[in-house]
Design a protein around this ligand. Structure first.
Ligand code: EPZ
Length: 422
């Protein structure tokens, strides 16, 4: 198994270009099941999770041309010939559950393994099932599987108890082919939801209000093929913004959308970093002022993203003063705090609140474990400023969600290598 070996590096400087969004492309790939006509998707990040979604669609009869020189996928699902998703692949990636809504709409049946929990939380799918049942689906959950059937979805009013990203996406995709109008209230408002709605509308869907807490979908008889470029990855953008601050460097982040990272910009500026929206991208400087503490509370969009929590915590271990981080979205998303403490950070965790004492405790390199995708990225950034060498293991988590992470960091002056672990 491979690991990253990270040495204490000089302040990162230069330019980096952000890839397409993982959390936008995965539901968009699932949405291609809604039509038998070919779809072309551009700016696709070449990630392990994308490979898994390709494998799932292929296993169900889809044909996919992968053109990684141009970051383009051509997906033709005219050959979909089963309602059963391959369990071994589904269990590799939670996002595969996003195919439930479209598969049911396309074939009238769906059988899919329960995605199960992960290190950051139990991650139930009750809101997905509740919403699809309100659209008329008959859903049974037994022995680790979801089995569902329907003649045709019927438009309905769906109120979400929590603005779940996945549930909003699954229900929105299903409702595109329903008889009548569906309204999703307390819907998730993430940019990835808007990107999915834009893709669906290009296929001929009638969706209004994506990006707000109320989405209205007027069902249509049929959807057609289309082509679409995926939005940039806002969490990758945030990761490189924090990389500039934590190393006290100066980075221009190209292919970034400032509107998608407003809370990250606000919190970095509260710490004393300088963030400018320049013609070519977002420029972040951590080399102009002493960085000081701030407090973070994660919330659904447009609040501070939970996916940036671990990465920002690494930064807060290096600033002057005490910070607090409150995690409201996932019940168990502080595993990285244990690893940062292994590096000497002395973070106190009490339930969903973490207290970070700041730079009175200098980080020292050691062997640490990536417990999930964002925790792994946070440890790599910590390794760039820790004394000595940091070995980050279980990096398959990181490679699920960051394209060419090592090369991009090296391009900014980072001392990082990917090596086989003995
Ligand atoms: C998406 O996951 C993202 N994944 C996650 O990013 C991200 O952390 C999350 O949204 C929140 O922003 C993808 O888009 C592929 P949720 P999702 O449904 O859809 C509870 C990353 O690092 N909930 O909004 O699974 C749930 O347990 C990943 O890229 C229910 O209770 O997130 C959680 O506490 C990690 N019942 C909260 O809602 C449900 O049916 C938010 O989950 C569904 C969710």
């Amino acid at each position: 198994m491979a690991k990253f070996v990270v040495e204490q590096s000089a302040p990162l400087r230069g330019e980096v270009t952000v890839s397409g969004s993982k959390n936008a492309v995965l539901p968009i790939m699932a949405a291609t099941i809604l039509t038998g006509e070919p779809c072309e998707i551009n700016d696709v990040p070449h990630l392990k999770d994308v490979d898994v979604m390709c494998a799932i669609l292929r296993a169900m009869g889809g044909k996919i041309q992968e053109d990684w020189t141009n970051h383009t996928l051509r997906i033709d699902n005219s050959g979909i010939n089963t309602s059963e998703a391959p369990s071994d692949l589904v269990q590799k990636m939670r996002a595969s559950f996003f195919i439930l809504g479209p598969l049911l709409a396309r074939t009238g049946r769906a059988s899919i393994a329960l995605p199960g929990g992960c290190t950051i939380g139990n991650r139930p799918i009750d809101l997905h099932n509740k919403g699809l049942r309100q659209l008329g689906a008959v859903i049974r959950v037994e022995q680790g599987r979801v089995d569902a059937m329907i003649e045709r979805y019927k438009g309905a009013l769906v109120y979400l108890d929590f603005p779940s990203v996945g549930a909003t996406e699954n229900i929105m995709m299903a409702a595109t082919l329903a008889r009548g109008v569906t309204t999703i209230e307390n819907a998730a408002e993430e940019p990835e939801i808007v990107d999915l709605a834009n893709f669906l509308n290009k296929m001929g869907a009638k969706i209004k209000g994506a990006g707000t807490d109320t989405i209205r979908i007027e069902g249509v008889e049929k959807l057609h093929g289309t082509h679409h470029a995926v939005i940039p990855d806002r969490i990758e953008t945030g990761t490189f913004m924090v990389a500039a601050a934590i190393t006290r460097g100066d980075i221009l982040i190209k292919n970034s959308v400032p509107d998608h990272v407003r809370p990250v910009i606000a919190k970095l500026m509260e710490c004393g970093a300088v963030v400018n929206d320049e013609v070519e991208g977002l420029r972040v400087r951590g080399d102009l002022r002493q960085l000081t503490a701030t407090n973070i509370k994660t919330l659904p969009y447009p609040g501070f993203p939970t996916d940036m929590q671990a990465i920002f915590m690494s930064l807060l271990t290096t600033v002057e003063g005490e910070s607090t981080v409150i995690e409201t979205v996932f019940e168990n998303r502080f595993m990285h705090a244990t690893e940062l403490c292994r590096m000497g950070a002395n973070i106190e965790v009490d339930g969903r609140k973490a207290t970070i004492p700041g730079d009175i405790y200098r980080l020292k390199g050691t062997r640490v474990i990536s417990t999930d995708l964002r925790a792994g990225a946070a440890l790599v950034l910590a390794g760039l400023i820790a004394e000595g060498t940091t070995e980050v293991t279980e990096i398959y988590h990181i490679e699920r969600g960051y394209e060419n992470f090592v090369e991009k960091l090296q391009g900014l002056g980072a001392k990082i290598e990917r090596v086989e672990d003995e």
